[in-house]
Write a new protein. Structure first.
Length: 385
């Protein structure tokens, strides 16, 4: 992943405000270490993500490794690590999480150089502890972990790996089968979006600013993200080097129930709405994922009638983008290509965004109306609009 270190430059958000010079450095983060989902059947979910998304098997922990209460499968694609965890005990916290939320993101793990310092600094700034610093050891070295709570039942785990040479983490063994579907070209996590209740957006934006040293990259109000029927508001929070970006969404008042309200209703609270994953060739990625059964939101053909007027020249063939339903937007730094899956489970909650950045740092503001109209069409089918 190519990244620009924003901690030493004076960049601007989209209101013209100097932003990255304000981001604090008491919590340096190297990147996303892994994302853990609590799921009803980890073995079957792992098969889905291997088949449909092109993830590769990496590591496993369960009964065979001495775990008596759960099992976890670790999948990898380039710099993305996905952990799928299922419980054995019906009364466990994991089981409670799945009963309440369905399959969903529990852990957004952040790779740091010092997990003890990350914990100390965030706790003294007001974070609620999830996991005091602990050391896990095996023959490959040690990993230091700590953790804090964030919105809903989502947590951040700080992972320190500098003294570890193993495959993933102590307690895991190599996981290998004969079934090895090819990659779909996914590279890294671009951003992860959290949905929170009405009136909670500023609270959690301030949490990331005050507790974790993030800064507000851009704010969207209900005039930016709205249709005739629904609207939402969003603040995009970023750490100082720009490698971690967390948009925080809340519903805004509209004529009908927005996608954020639908999510909150079916997830039973705040949580991670979608994971945006980057690719260097979105046409290849989407063509592969469609062949493997991944369903994407429908983009009306009329959307493409005005793309060239709106974004200017792009290298990609517009007819090819139209064929696959890939949207385009431009900002002052370049353009981006993006597309959104339908929810990847029966509850209309978690979905994925596939994004290819051609210089753009933004989030596709010019696509918001078309995207929201597509989501509303799906909501109408579900009877939740």
């Amino acid at each position: 992943m190519e990244t620009k270190d924003l901690s030493t430059v004076k960049d601007y958000n989209y209101s013209g405000e100097k932003i990255f010079e304000k981001a604090q450095d008491f919590l340096p983060i190297n990147g996303t270490d892994y994302v853990e989902l609590y799921v009803g059947n980890a073995k079957q979910a792992a098969h889905y993500y291997k088949t449909a998304f092109g993830f590769q098997e990496l590591a496993y922990a369960g009964l065979e490794t001495g775990l008596r209460d759960r099992c976890s499968y670790v999948l990898m694609q380039d710099k993305i690590r996905l952990v799928l965890t299922s419980p054995f005990n019906p009364d466990s916290e994991i089981s409670h999480h799945i009963r309440k939320h369905g399959d969903g993101v529990k852990v957004i793990a952040l790779w740091v150089d010092d997990a003890r310092s990350a914990y100390t600094e965030t706790i003294k700034r007001g974070a609620n502890s999830f996991l005091a610093p602990m050391v896990e050891l095996d023959q490959f070295g040690e990993i230091v972990k700590s953790g804090i709570h964030t919105y809903g039942e989502t947590i951040h785990i700080f992972i320190e790996r500098k003294n570890y040479k193993g495959l993933f983490s102590p307690g895991y063994q190599k996981w290998e089968t004969e079934y090895k579907p090819t990659s779909t070209g996914l590279k890294y996590i671009d951003h992860m979006v959290g949905n929170v209740a009405p009136g909670e957006m500023n609270k959690w934006a301030e949490f990331y600013e005050n507790v974790m040293g993030f800064a507000n990259l851009i704010t969207f109000d209900d005039k930016d993200i709205s249709t005739e029927y629904t609207a939402l508001m969003s603040k995009v929070m970023t750490n100082s080097n720009g490698r971690i970006k967390f948009p925080i969404n809340q519903p805004a008042k509209g004529k009908k129930k927005s996608q954020i309200e639908e999510y909150l209703d079916f997830y039973y609270g705040a949580g991670c709405q979608h994971i945006a994953v980057a690719t260097d060739d979105i046409v290849f990625t989407i063509s592969e994922m469609r062949k493997r059964g991944v369903e994407f939101l429908y983009v009306p053909g009329t959307y493409y009638d005005t793309v060239e007027d709106r974004v200017g020249h792009i290298k990609e063939d517009l007819d090819e983008l139209k064929k696959w339903g890939i949207m385009v937007d431009r900002d002052e730094d370049g353009y981006l290509l993006q597309i959104f899956t339908k929810p990847v489970e029966d509850r209309p909650t978690l979905f994925f965004e596939i994004i290819q950045r051609k210089g753009a740092k933004s989030f596709g503001k010019g696509n918001f109306q078309a995207l929201f109209e597509s989501i509303e069409a799906e909501q109408e089918k579900r009877g939740t609009l």
